[in-house]
Design a protein around this ligand. Structure first.
Ligand code: PHE
Length: 355
């Protein structure tokens, strides 16, 4: 009888006996450990002539499988035996009080960012990020907002040094600059994140959230912008029809520029999006200004596109009926318990997990 057949016979007999867990573990090591009997047989394969090798490898594999199956079976048997013994000998004390645990909630802003990201990713946008502390070049100059431009005042910037070189970004638009500087067109990105302005009342907080959108390619026009925003608003508010209007506006980094309002009505004190004759401003947008493209080394004759900036907190307030923006950032647990989301509370239009 060949070596491997002997090994097989001997160990199968052994495994047929009543064994302890330690013994089965020992057998496993003896056979399949680093210097195990079967492991060593495999090492011999290399030295065999090709024809012999094929037959031997096949025999060896069969034996290996058979032994492994028997070892697994033994482990299972032992496991069942152990459970049965426990059931016989141990009692469960059902009078013990349960262990309490606390489950956290997802902040509405995080929830809304997730929803926005998944909606835009459906139509090919990827997500970019930029730092909260920006330099004035990315936040203003590259965005066609030169020194002394009134927009720098308009933004009520928090500067971080006397020379006004570092600041807390006043919008997410500098991520446009960062993205375009580090790659080549086409670009199709959104950039959600924190933004800062020196402002505080019921609808303005000094720190708030925006999501930037940027789509640069050949032949992108305002029709693409409208189509994209129309799709987004409908998906976000989970309605089939919306009323949307583009109002001419001004941003130094877009030309033409527009602000977008969506139609709503108040029904029993609740905001219903998509109907009625009231208008709410939700975002700023426009076609990226040629000067911005030049500043990031893109030829505006060849490439153009649109950009938009949406107030995330504002959208969340509208969708989830929250009426004071400042409460978002006061970290009051009672508020978070009420308005927060359970980790597995997946809204119907959320694609992040289910697809
Ligand atoms: N950055 C602008 C703001 O904060 C919004 C915007 C972004 C407008 C992109 C046009 C294009 O108000």
């Amino acid at each position: 009888m060949s070596d491997i057949k002997k090994i097989k016979k001997e160990y199968l007999e052994e495994l047929n006996k009543e064994l302890s867990l330690d013994k089965v573990n020992q057998i496993k090591t003896e056979l399949f450990g680093k210097n195990g009997l079967i492991s060593n047989e495999f090492k011999k394969l290399g030295a065999l002539a090709p024809q012999e090798r094929k037959q031997f490898a096949s025999d060896l594999n069969f034996i290996k499988e058979e032994l492994q199956e028997n070892i697994s079976k033994k482990f299972k048997e032992l496991e069942i035996k152990e459970i049965n013994e426990k059931l016989k000998n141990e009692k469960v004390d059902i009078t013990l009080p349960e262990r309490s645990f606390e489950q956290g909630k997802i902040h509405p802003v995080s929830q809304v960012i997730d929803e926005i990201s998944s909606i835009f990713s459906e139509i090919g946008f990827s997500v970019e990020e930029g730092p909260d502390v920006e330099n004035e070049y990315n936040n203003f100059t590259a965005l066609n907002t030169p020194e002394n431009h009134p927009a720098r005042d308009m933004h009520d910037t928090f500067y971080l040094d006397d020379k006004k070189e570092l600041l807390l970004r006043t919008h997410t638009s500098p991520v446009q600059v960062r993205t375009m500087l580090k790659g080549n067109p086409p670009f199709k990105i959104i950039a959600p994140g924190r933004t800062y302005r020196s402002d505080s009342d019921q609808t303005h907080a000094p720190m708030f959230h925006q999501v930037e959108g940027l789509h640069i390619d050949k032949d992108i026009n305002m029709g693409n912008l409208k189509g994209c925003l129309n799709y987004f608003i409908k998906e976000f508010f989970e309605v089939d029809k919306i009323k949307m209007r583009f109002r001419p506006s001004h941003f130094p980094f877009t030309e033409p520029s527009a602000e977008v309002d969506i139609g709503y009505e108040l029904r029993d004190g609740k905001i219903v999006i998509g109907e009625g004759d009231k208008w709410l401003e939700v975002l700023g947008c426009g076609m990226v200004h040629p000067n911005v493209l030049k500043n990031v080394n893109i030829n505006p004759e060849k490439y153009q596109g649109y950009a938009f900036g949406i107030g995330i907190d504002r959208l969340g307030m509208l969708k989830y009926g929250i009426n004071d923006l400042r409460a978002f950032f006061e970290t009051d647990y009672r508020w978070l318990n009420h308005f927060g989301f359970d980790p597995l509370d997946v809204p119907s239009n959320y694609r992040g997990l289910s697809r």
